[in-house]
Write a protein that binds this ligand. Sequence first.
Ligand code: ARG
Length: 459
Amino acid sequence: MAQLWGGRFTKETDKLVYNFNASISFDQKFYEQDIRGSKAHVQMLARQGILTEQEKEEILGGLDSILKDVQDKKLEISSEYEDIHSFVEANLIDRIGDAGKKLHTGRSRNDQVALDMKLYVRDEIDAIDEEVKNLLKELQKIMEDNVHTYMPGFTHLQKAQPVTLAHHVGAYFEMFRRDRGRLKDIRKRMNTCPLGAGALAGTTYPLDRMFTAQLLDFDEPTRNSMDSVSDRDYVIELLAALSTIMMHLSRFCEEIILWNSNEYRFVEIDDAYSTGSSIMPQKKNPDIAELVRGKTGRVYGALMSLLTTMKGIPLAYNKDMQEDKELTFDAIDTVKGCLALFTGMVSTMQFRKENMEASAKNGFTNATDAADYLVNHGVPFRDAHGIVGRLVLSCIEKGISLDELSLEEYQAISPVFREDIYEAISMKTCVEKRMTLGAPGPDAMEAVISENRKYLEEN
Ligand code: ARG
C-alpha cells in the first residue's frame, strides 16, 4: 500500500478501506494522459522558474521512460498503488530521485484527475467521431447504389407509401450526422484546461495557466478553480450523446432484425455476422444486431448513474466523483465496439431488392397515388379517398394488388379512370413524382447524396 499522504496518519489504512478507496484498477486506463499532463505541468513550472532546466529535463526523461516501459509491458501498473497518479509519481522518484519529488509542485490530484479525465474524454470523442464517420461512409454507399430500389415506407409498422432504400437509409444518415454534430459541440465546450486549479482554490505559485493550456491543445484555461475540479458536465453531455448514438443504432438494428426475418426477407445478414443455434439446425440468428440493441441499456444506465451521482455533491471536489470513471469507460468502449460491429454488419449485408419491391407492391402503398390520380382529374380529394378505399377493399377480397385490377373493375367504381391509371400507380411513378427536397424522388435524392458527399469530404 503506497500512499502519497501518510504524514499526518498514525495508523495503517484498513485493508478493506484501502481497496474500497483505490481507483488504480480502472484509472490506469489513462496512464498516457496522466503522463502527458505531468509533462506539460513540468514544462510550465520550469518556464516560470519554479523548477530548474536541469530538474525539468530529468523529470521529462523519467516520465518518458515510464510511459515507454508501460507501453512495452516492461512496467506493470500494479494495485500496490492507490491510483494512477501515485503510481507515476512513485515510479518517477524511484527512477530519478529527488527531482521526482518536485513533480507535484503547484498541483493537486483534484486538478490532475480533472485534467486526465478531460484529456481522455477528448481523445475518445475523436475516436468515436471517426467510427461514426466510417458508418456514414457505408450508408452513403448504400444510398448511392439504391436510388431506384423501391421498398415500402411504413407508419405504425403498416405499409404506407413507397420509398426507396436510399431514402430509408438516408434517414439514418441524418441521425448519425447529427450525432457527429453533438460530439463536435461537446468537444468545443469542454476544451478548457483545469490544471492550475489546485485542490480547489488555485495555488500560490506563479503558474502560467495559459501556457499549460496551449501545450495540451486546450483553447484556454478554466475560469473558476472550484468549478474546474468539480465539473463533470462534459462527461454527462458525452454520455447523453452516446445514449443518442446507441438509440439510433438500436432502432436500425430493430429494423435489420425485422428485415432479416423469414417474414420480410428484405436483407440477408452475412454468415460472418450471424450465429447459429445449438439445437435448431436451420437457424441463422441476427445476434450482433440484437446485442447492439441490448447494449443500449447499459449506456443509458451510465448516463442516469452519473447524473444521480452528481446531483447532491457540494462544491468543490468530493470522492463521489471518482465514480465517473468506470461507467464512462464502459460506455465509451461499448459505443466504439457497437459502431465498428454495426458498420461491418451493414457493409456485408445483402439487400434482397426484389423482395422489397414486391412488398411495396403488395401493400397498397400506391393507394394515395391512385387517389391523387382522381384529384388530378377533378375529383375532390375526400371523394377520391372513398373511391380508392372501395377499390382496396375489393382487392383485399380478391387477394390482388391495385395494379392487378382490370380497367373495367376500376371504371365500375369510378368512370374517371382511364388506361393511364396503371402508369400513374406504378412504383416508379409513385416514387419519381415525390420530388420535393427531402422526398424519395431520384432528383431530390441525388441532391441530398451529393450534399452528403461534400459533407463527408469536408468533415
Ligand atoms: N481517484 C480520484 C478520482 O478519480 C483522484 C482524485 C483524488 N483526490 C483526492 N482528494 N482524494 O477522483
